[in-house]
Design a protein around this ligand. Structure first.
Ligand code: NDP
Length: 297
């Protein structure tokens, strides 16, 4: 029987792992992928103590730190969580684990645009990951959809490879971090198309163009959809946790409306600034919350 099982290997999950180990809980971390979504980041320059690192570098450091403690880390997908008399049963494809508490740190997944051609050209010109795919567009023409941090940092990275980058935003003023907005405005390769939406992705075998809401067709070799994320909370459905906009509501110690289930990181509604630093903080609070809960029991 574990004291806690942490689900998710991003900043929240790994931080919860470190804190669980320091509170000497018997803890298990189960994750499909260590590193979480921030490991896709091209450059991280706001993690205190590290002026600049790639997402992968930072994720490797986080993982190394977590693994330096006495905590088991399993590379698997959790299929379900069930309530038992003593706590919870966490099921993966191959195993079943018993635990007193659960810390959900499952983060978010990329939001889809839902336009014709999006599915057809996925991996054939359409991507949701500029860090993974930017180098494929050396001297090509690409478009990025979105107007916040991901789209803008994506456009800046793409401009290091592509000869032309269209940043397509549905409103009239992009809303990334001001320092990023400055970089966009200064970059001669980036053209921002304001008040513009993409209606269709077209091509034969590969993406060739995109149709805009003003009926113009823009020739592009690549299209990066960076329009935000949706929380991954399917595992919690059975418990009918209190949520808002799909994000889980937690108390001061990050406990959800189900006693014994904690949540941390981007899936948490109360976490209004979705950053690595807040995810890591949430993981720490959830682990201490789980510790206190098990002590009380
Ligand atoms: P956001 O949810 O912040 O922004 C999504 C963007 O996509 C918005 O500009 C939104 O438009 C637009 N959008 C949403 N749906 C559609 C649609 N159907 N069609 C067209 N456009 C659409 O997501 P991000 O991924 O940018 O950021 C997520 C979180 O991660 C944020 O908290 C962000 O601060 C953080 N982050 C931080 C970074 C950093 O360097 N500090 C880097 C990357 C992410 P609208 O503006 O109209 O809502």
């Amino acid at each position: 029987m574990y004291n806690t099982i942490i689900i998710g290997g991003g900043a929240a999950g790994l931080s919860a792992a470190v804190y669980s180990a320091r509170y000497k809980m018997k803890a298990l971390l189960v994750a499909k992928m260590i590193g979480g979504s921030f490991s896709e980041a091209h450059k991280i320059e706001n993690w205190l103590g590290t002026k600049s690192a790639t997402g992968i570098e930072l994720a490797e450091r986080f993982e190394e730190h977590a693994r330096s403690y006495d905590i088991k880390i399993v590379d698997a997908e959790v299929i379900s969580i069930k309530k038992t008399k003593k706590g919870f049963e966490v099921l993966t494809k191959d195993n079943k684990y018993e635990t007193e508490t659960v810390i959900l740190a499952t983060g978010m997944r990329h939001r889809q645009l839902d336009i014709p051609g999006e599915e057809k050209f996925l991996g054939k010109g359409i991507s949701y990951c500029f860090t993974c795919d930017s180098p494929l567009y050396q001297d090509k023409v690409v478009a990025v959809i979105g107007g916040a941090d991901s789209a803008c940092t994506g456009a800046i990275l793409l401009a290091e490879y592509a000869k032309k980058v269209y940043l397509i935003y549905r409103k009239s003023e992009i809303r990334a971090e001001p320092i990023t907005v400055d970089k966009i405005k200064k970059n001669k390769k980036i053209e921002v198309l304001y008040n513009t939406e993409v209606k269709e992705a077209k091509g034969n075998k590969f993406l060739g163009s995109i149709l805009l809401n003003n009926n113009k067709e823009l020739k592009v070799d690549g299209l990066f959809i960076e329009i935000g994320h949706v929380p991954v909370t399917a595992l919690a459905k059975e418990f009918k946790l209190k949520t808002e906009d799909g994000f889980i509501i937690v108390d001061d110690m990050n406990m959800t409306s189900q006693k014994g289930i904690f949540a941390a990181g981007d899936i948490v509604f109360n976490n209004k600034v979705k950053q690595i630093v807040t995810a890591a903080a949430g993981g720490a609070v959830a682990a201490v919350g789980a510790f206190k809960y098990t002590q009380k029991k």
